[in-house]
Design a protein around this ligand. Structure first.
Ligand code: ADP
Length: 775
């Protein structure tokens, strides 16, 4: 609703009508010019509309200058140049936008527009002097980082709002210069850093466009040249590198231990390294090859002096390539030997332009060669004179070194290969097994093995040798075998001698064994023969005691008792001797039956009570087990225990006591005979179980014996599958401990005991075993 109608002059003009800062009417022409729908424009504020249209360059809403040229951007961001006229109609305001004639940029700058559309260069048009972007193609915007790579975010804005780092940069200075001078400017290589693409390089042309002597636009034409710049830089770097390398090369040549020089085709020196200057040429006076011969004498190996044309450098200039020519050089009276190399240098057309020459002083090398040669000779002499045959073969079996012994042992060796020599003989190991080719030390060494002291029997047509062979492979740097060193030592005699010695040794020990056997046999026979008359005497004495007891006077009885006692002693000795001989020959026979070991032990201890009592020694028996049936040879056990008991009683003074204890620990039965007697010295303990081992003390001497008892006891216990040990302290007493396995016999295993002694009755046995102790 208008209170006042609009002036008719507004008809057909682009305007907007404002009341209280809000748009209340938009003309169709305005909508057409800006490409925005009327609805979009309505009911927003005048400020919003100016912002939407990006009106520029600077708009002071309270002071809009009718004369000034402003620009706005259509919806499709096309720039339009306008004058803005403001009419105040009471409480309303009319903004009339008069588009300038010829306002279309594209029409104004048709060439630029063509480039713009082509999009192969970045094209942008800025308004000047305010530097606001009026137009830019995708190529140009594409150079920017996000979000400034699209029109919406750049068009109408000041360059500093989207070009990173613009303010205060050299780039800004260029803009100012263009503005000031009004002249085009070409930025040849502009470095631009963006987040997205990193550092890139650009060529940019600034073309200012003036109207009425004032610069109103600046056209920017931008081409990316990153690739070509990088390429050029790489090239520059390479050039620098080559220059650097050249310098290094010069330094290397300068410092080489060989003398190096270059002469041009006019025989002039172009380069001379330090070694050349120091030892061959005087740099100040030596300018050409001709100068050289003035103070250096060059001679060939025969001492003939060289002329200019014969010098290696001269010949190289004539196209010859010279390698290792040995010359004698003399300068200031000093002579030395050199090896010279010289090569021509050609240009691109194949013309010789220079020659490069290197000279090596060989004097030291020759000196070293001489020493090596001497050492080699020495080594060869040593090898030649060694007692072993030494042969060095290459990998194909061709002989390289053969010493005198090798030539002597194998006369045809020099004229044949390894296979040839080995083929002439048959080889066996010391057991007589024939060798296959694989077994040969040489075959193994050729595969890299080190063969040490292999003993081999070598059989020829009419010879037989035993050899000790060593073969050592020699490897090259690639660890490949290149040759082998073979040594043969003839040990035939040594082995024969050893064999002989062994034979002698064997014969000796056989004789010894035989002697022992005869002695044992003899002992056995003698003992046996002793026993028969002893039994007769013993029986006779018993008969006298039994039959004539009443007829005997006390004196006679005493004599008979002495006879009986000594018969028992003799019998004991003979029994023991016989048994020990049997034991030594491994002929102890064991007859085990199942018996209660507790009962058996108690009975044996009881049977000797009288002897102990008589000696004034207390004898006790204690067992931790009530009854224990084990497989045992009763007779052997009696002998063992009686022996230990008789010793205990013998070596225990009156008033002391003897204890016999029986216990079971796990699988074994332990029987301990402990006395408080004289004890056994520590150094004799190991001796008492030896045959004839007696501790030589007055007391033990007093108690007679042959020193067989314990050795027999030990053997018997071992035959029963047990063992014996002793602990003793001199003056305190001894403890003998027997260990016996507690195994019971299966019924079938039981054999009836066959007693071997004269009389198997315990009392009788006891009498015999105790015959040392007078009753
Ligand atoms: P012998 O037949 O002389 O008795 P043995 O072999 O039985 O020989 O004993 C060897 C020696 O061991 C004895 O001569 C004695 O010196 C010593 N000997 C054996 N048992 C005891 C013991 N219980 N106390 C002290 N010495 C002993």
């Amino acid at each position: 609703m208008y209170i006042e109608s609009l002036p008719s002059s507004l008809e057909n003009r682009p305007f907007i009508l404002i009341k209280d800062e809000s748009v209340i009417e938009v003309s169709r022409q305005f909508s057409q010019m800006t490409e925005f729908n009327i609805e979009v424009l309505m009911s927003s504020s005048i400020h919003d509309i100016f912002r939407l249209l990006r009106v520029g360059p600077h708009v002071d809403m309270n002071d809009i200058d009718e004369q000034k040229v402003y620009f706005l951007f259509t919806k499709s961001l096309q720039v339009r140049f306008i004058n803005i006229k403001v009419l105040q109609l009471f409480n309303r305001k009319v903004y009339i936008f008069c588009e300038k004639p010829n306002s279309n940029l594209d029409a104004k700058l048709p060439v630029v527009n063509a480039l713009y559309l082509d999009n192969s260069q970045g094209i942008a048009i800025y308004s000047m002097p305010d530097m606001r972007l009026l137009k830019a193609n995708d190529k140009y915007l594409g150079f920017n980082d996000k979000p400034f790579d699209v029109k919406e975010n750049c068009i109408g804005r000041h360059i500093s709002e989207f070009a990173e780092g613009f303010k205060g940069s050299n780039y800004e200075e260029i803009w100012k210069t263009v503005l000031k001078t009004g002249k085009p400017y070409i930025l040849e290589e502009f470095e631009y850093k963006t987040l997205r693409r990193g550092t890139t390089y650009w060529k940019q042309s600034f073309v200012p466009v003036s109207e009425d002597n004032e610069i109103i636009y600046c056209v920017l034409m931008t081409t990316e040249i990153t690739e070509s710049v990088l390429k050029r830089r790489r090239l520059e770097e390479q050039v620098n590198m080559i220059k650097h390398q050249n310098k290094e090369l010069e330094a290397v040549i300068e410092n080489m231990s060989d003398a190096v020089f270059i002469v041009d085709k006019d025989n002039r020196f172009v380069l001379m390294n330090q070694e050349a200057r120091n030892n061959y040429f005087d740099a100040d006076t030596t300018k050409t090859l001709n100068d050289v011969l003035a103070f250096i004498k060059l001679m060939d190996a025969d001492g003939k002096q060289l002329k200019l044309e014969e010098m290696p450098s001269y010949r190289a200039l004539k196209g010859e390539k010279i390698t290792n020519v040995r010359l004698n050089t003399e300068r200031f009276g000093k002579q030395w030997v050199t090896d010279t190399n010289a090569s021509p240098i050609y240009d691109d057309n194949g013309e010789i332009i220079m020659a490069v020459v290197s000279i090596r002083d060989m004097s030291k090398f020759i000196e070293k060669e001489k020493i090596i040669e001497q050492q080699k000779e020495l080594l060869e002499t040593i090898i030649e004179s060694m007692n072993d045959a030494i042969m060095v073969y290459d990998k194909d079996g061709i002989p390289a070194i053969l010493n005198a012994e090798a030539r002597r042992m194998y006369p045809q060796i020099a004229s044949t290969t390894l296979n040839g020599i080995e083929g002439e003989y048959e080889f066996f190991d010391l057991e007589g097994n024939p060798f296959t080719a694989e077994d040969f030390g040489t075959t193994r060494a050729l595969k890299g093995e080190n063969v040490r002291n292999a003993r081999v029997v070598m059989k020829g047509i009419d010879s037989l040798h035993i050899l000790e062979i060593n073969v050592t492979p020699i490897f090259n740097n690639d660890k490949v075998v290149t040759s082998i060193v073979v040594t043969h030592r003839d040990i035939t005699e040594k082995i024969m001698q050893q064999g002989h010695l062994l034979e002698v040794e064997r014969e000796k020990s056989e004789a010894m064994e035989k002697a022992i056997e005869i002695k044992d046999e003899f002992l056995s026979v003698i003992s046996h023969e002793f026993r028969t008359p002893l039994s007769v005497i013993s029986t006779a004495v018993q008969a006298i005691n039994l039959l004539c007891a009443n007829d005997l006077t006390d004196r006679l009885k005493r004599y008979i008792n002495i006879i009986r006692q000594n018969t028992f002693r003799q019998l004991r000795l003979v029994n023991n001797l016989l048994d020990i001989t049997r034991a030594d020959a491994g002929r102890i026979k064991i007859y085990k039956t199942n018996r209660d070991i507790v009962f058996l032990t108690r009975s044996i201890v009881d049977s000797v009570h009288t002897y102990a009592f008589q000696k004034g020694v207390r004898l006790t028996f204690a067992s931790r087990v009530g009854e224990k049936i084990i497989g045992i040879d009763e007779e052997k056990y009696e002998r063992i225990l009686l022996n230990l008991l008789s010793n205990a009683i013998k070596f225990t003074p009156a008033g002391n006591f003897i204890e016999v204890k029986l216990r079971q620990v796990k699988k074994d039965i332990y029987i301990e005979v402990k006395d408080k007697g004289i004890g056994i010295p520590e150094d004799k303990i190991d001796l008492i179980f030896e045959r004839f081992g007696q501790v030589d003390s007055s007391l033990s001497r007093q108690a007679e014996g042959a020193g067989i008892g314990l050795s027999l006891v030990k053997r018997l216990i071992e035959a029963l599958g047990g063992s014996i040990s002793v602990k003793s302290k001199i003056g305190k007493g001894s403890t003998f401990t027997i260990k016996l396995p507690k195994d019971k016999l299966q019924q079938a295993e039981e054999e009836s005991a066959v007693t071997d002694s004269l009389d198997n009755h315990l009392v009788q046995v006891t009498k015999v075993e105790f015959s040392d102790i007078y009753l």
